[in-house]
Ligand binder design. Sequence first.
Ligand code: FAD
Length: 417
Amino acid sequence: MADEKKTKVVVVGAGPVGALAALYAAGRGHEVEVYELRGDLRDPSTVPLNFTKSINLALSERGINSMRNAGKPGLIDAVLGETIPMHGRMIHGSKGGELYEESQNYDIHGRFIRAVDRAGLNKRLLDELDNMPNVKLIFNHKLVGADYRRKKAWFEKRRDTRTDHAQNPTQEEGSSKDASEIEISFDFMIGADGAHSAVRYHLMKFSRMQYMQEYIDTLWCEFQISPSSTDDFKISPSHLHIWPGGDFMFIAIPSLDKSFTCTLFMPASHFERLDADPESIIAFFNQNFPGVADRLISASDLRKQYGENPHLPLISIKCTPYHFDSSCVILGDAAHAMVPFYGQGMNAGLEDVRVLFEFLDSHDSTPAGRAAALKEYTAQRTPDAAAINDLALRNYQEMRSDVKSPLYRLRKYVEEK
Ligand code: FAD
């Protein structure tokens, strides 16, 4: 009997969601090609997406379960082995000039979320893909056009990927003077190319997509707390630390090297005020995030990091449908970028992959079967993703303010009784 023609799956974007989607597709025997705009993340010269350094994320059951089901027995142990359990949040403040910390456990049964390095997790997934004979990883290729009826796509082959998207994420990704274009064909394209997705942009020309995006009036800036002089964590590694400021907040998440990756979330107008008077940064921190300046980050480092690290926007995206016919689907931030306050953006994107393949597996592998699966996927996933998106927006109020109010604690106490 002649060999059945393999389904050619093209994944756009080799971030955590695209890499996991490629693993799921390759595990089903498809011929998989992954196209990534940037260079290989594992190459130290590659500028990471949006971030100056690596960023720490909260990894929860949603994401863990999706990696557990990737059909790669060693993967989840390797990923979890590089995480730090966070059993609760630690609220920091001062009363009568005295610093205080208050631990609030996430769960009365001791369950926890985990701190993970986004780049480390992404590298693990790429390493798994390297070992699969039916996967090709193609870096420095940017999707610039797609026709989902003819199942053709065009990629710009790039020599120079140094343009820093972080400085202006709304700008067209750094187009290179040395680019040349290639045409490819596919049976099924999975768009996992992030919040500013080109797959989604072209999908809008084929499906009657409802689309909504919102930039919230908050920017974020990253800081680092280095390990102590005795090479230990300076504060508890078992917590996600929060300095609630009412309209803004400062948080810290532990890293394996005993440092903390911290984020200042604040309205743009507050950033403008501090930008206009850089000397006021230390006083601002002392007033609003007591115990950070000098004790955890030296005043000079605080000024330097505030000045050098980008102040980045936060976008929330909802759209539907996520697919066109049998030929294209978008996943992760490309489908539902969300603000980070619920710690679920990547987790929900990884979950998209598991849910999508459940639908695909429940149909035959013909184009008609795939079209039916994608339709069901959009129908189920749109309201679920929108709900997580809304919860993420609402949780900002909780983290920056409600966590310290006595009413909040009373309500929690009553809920737990
Ligand atoms: P991305 O990570 O954006 O990856 C998309 C990939 O596609 C990139 O590699 C990009 O280079 C590539 N690409 C883009 N355009 C093209 C193109 N035209 N052609 C080819 N390739 C292209 N999530 C959590 O779950 N927990 C957290 O605690 C958490 N904290 C966060 C904190 C902050 C400050 C921020 C900003 C986000 C946080 N998130 C968190 C969200 C999380 O980072 C994202 O949800 C996640 O990275 C999305 O993964 P993705 O693979 O869908 O997209």
